[in-house]
Design a protein around this ligand. Structure first.
Ligand code: FAD
Length: 509
């Protein structure tokens, strides 16, 4: 169990997570899974069930990534997406996506029920709702797509809250759970089946010959036949150019006790600001989760602004809630909004990747685990081609690749031209910012005792300038989503090297 910190997720503070020792030797295994989130752990579980020797390596702790910071709705209703998928992937592609997600829900439901895993699993309806002229048109198109795709749904004209609603589509029989308790139960079985897990073990390189060698930061090497890169952002690119074809986006979540009657259901608006609501079992009573406020990583308003907006939304439309937990997290969206699942690139058919879940990774991470384990076991079906990371559909992919990368250029150029307005001396206690230090632009955080932690703000990935994230006290890159601690250490994203530390040695410039 983790100690409560102001910005830690409810899921991380309320589940028992056994420790697993770091890898302390080089050895052989059949499959190496890199990453202890839902995608990696489910893959390991499925392979262990088939008698494959699996070793999972996790840079930090199991479920410390996005899976431990999610909303944990388990649904095939990923916002309003099916009209768009229908246009870009046709009837067969869009239907296959829906069916694979629905199968993932059924698999989770059956597994939890058969194994009697205690993870607060609840069947719930998923709602998307429109609250404006523009979104009602989108909702109508979505309903039309549901009809074409034979997706079961109900229509509603209002919500069980005081929120303006021009119409809603309800996908029945979806679900929700406590993600950390779910993964924890799965991990226990992986260990019982002989799977090996190593925390605090960061994979840094892959060499492919007749066998594949995965090298860890501590120098130990795992030799294997297949590698599954389930590190959220792929830690190894394999010439797949993932940084140029995925966009990171952060969102905010708040959780607290819910004293009113629970109306049931999981709700999400289809406007740009996104309001996500669901109820859950919290310390023997009911809790409410309210989320939203998405923005590109490293580009949002100060963090407190987003939490203030969500708090105000809640008190205006839902009632008074004392939010005792608040956190934020990020996920990646691909060029065409379908995940990348399969060979990391055409050159590396035995290095498999699962990423780009667009904030819907409970089903897509589970679906990826099935597709990848089937591929390793040699039982794949052609439907997995839909998610092949090497696919390229000109529309909308081309437009997106240009827009993602012109955004990168904007941040790259802007960062080099701006001079910080405050000096290191003027930086208040407990604050971080770009500061002017002896005429040089640096990033500095001054702790409550006045100690300064300074870094070169040039992201070590591709040279954009990182921005201060006041909530997580981290430096976040607006270009490709790499994130660093106040000491410059890597937290997540594509960067492989820490930020350069600048020694100010008590000199405030
Ligand atoms: C705010 C928010 C709300 C969301 N809500 C929902 C929801 O309601 N429903 C839904 O379906 N999805 C939701 N999602 C999306 C979902 O949480 C993610 O898609 C999913 O958790 C990603 O799982 P993962 O296994 O790919 O990555 P992660 O859970 O991030 O796991 C990857 C792991 O790899 C480790 N790692 C990284 N690099 C290395 C390395 N080099 N070596 C070893 N280990 C490494 C990391 O430490 C991490 O633990 C939400 C996402 C966000 C941001």
């Amino acid at each position: 169990m983790h100690k409560k910190s102001e910005q830690e997720a409810y899921w991380r503070l309320t589940a028992k997570l056994p420790d697993h020792p770091p890898l302390s030797e080089s050895r052989e295994t059949d499959v190496v899974v890199v990453g202890g989130g839902i995608a990696g752990i489910t893959t390991a579980y499925l392979l262990c069930q088939k008698g494959v020797r699996v070793t999972v390596v996790e840079a930090s702790e199991i479920v410390s990534g996005t899976t431990g910071h999610t909303t944990a709705k388990i649904t095939a209703q990923h916002g309003a997406i099916y009209d768009e998928l229908l246009h870009h992937f046709g009837l067969e592609g869009a239907r296959s996506f829906y069916e694979k997600n629905q199968q993932a829900i059924d698999w989770i439901r059956n597994t939890v029920s058969q194994k009697q895993w205690e993870c607060d699993f609840e069947t719930q309806d998923a709602w998307i709702y429109a609250d404006s002229e523009a979104t009602i048109q989108q909702l109508e198109k979505e309903q039309h797509a549901y009809d074409k795709l034979d997706i079961p749904y109900k229509h509603a004209s209002k919500l069980p809250f005081d929120i303006h609603c021009d119409g809603a589509l309800i996908m029945p029989n979806q679900a929700q759970f406590h993600p950390t308790r779910y993964i924890s139960a799965m991990v226990e079985e992986i260990v019982e089946m002989g799977g090996k897990l190593h925390e605090q073990t960061k994979a840094v390189d892959i060499q492919e010959g007749q066998e594949i060698q995965v090298t860890m930061e501590n120098g130990h090497v795992l030799t294997c036949q297949h590698v599954v890169v389930a590190s959220h952002f792929p830690f190894y690119d394999g010439m797949g150019l993932y940084f140029a074809k995925m966009k990171p986006e952060r969102s905010y979540l708040m959780a607290g006790h819910w004293k009113e009657k629970d109306p049931g259901g999981m709700y999400i608006s289809i406007d740009q600001t996104v309001r996500s609501i669901r109820f859950f079992s919290m310390d023997g009573s009911r809790g409410i989760l309210v989320g939203g406020e998405p923005h590109s990583t490293g580009q949002g308003e100060p963090t407190d602004h987003h939490f203030d907006v969500l708090q105000k939304f809640t008190s205006t439309h839902l009632g008074k809630v004392d939010f005792t937990y608040r956190w934020s997290s990020q996920d990646y969206t691909t060029l065409d909004k379908l995940p990348y699942i399969g060979a990391i690139s055409n050159r590396h058919p035995r290095i498999l990747v699962a990423t780009g879940f667009r904030k819907w990774g409970m089903t897509q991470g589970t679906m990826a685990a099935h597709l990848i384990s089937e591929r390793i076991l040699g039982t794949s079906t052609p439907s997995s081609d839909l998610f092949d990371p090497s696919r390229f559909h000109a529309d909308p992919a081309l437009k997106k690749v240009i827009s993602i990368n012109s955004d990168v250029v904007k941040h790259f150029v802007k960062s080099k031209l701006e001079i910080p307005v405050i000096t290191l001396k003027q930086l208040p206690l407990g604050a971080g910012a770009h500061v002017n230090w002896n005429g040089q632009q640096i990033g500095a955080y001054k702790d409550e005792s006045g100690n300064v932690h300074a870094v070169d703000t040039t992201c070590t990935h591709l040279g954009c300038s990182v921005n201060w994230n006041s909530s997580e006290k981290s430096w976040d890159c607006p270009c490709h989503g790499s994130r660093f601690t106040i000491k410059g250490e890597i937290l997540e994203g594509p960067a492989m090297k820490p930020l350069e530390v600048i020694k100010t040695d008590g000199c405030e410039g």
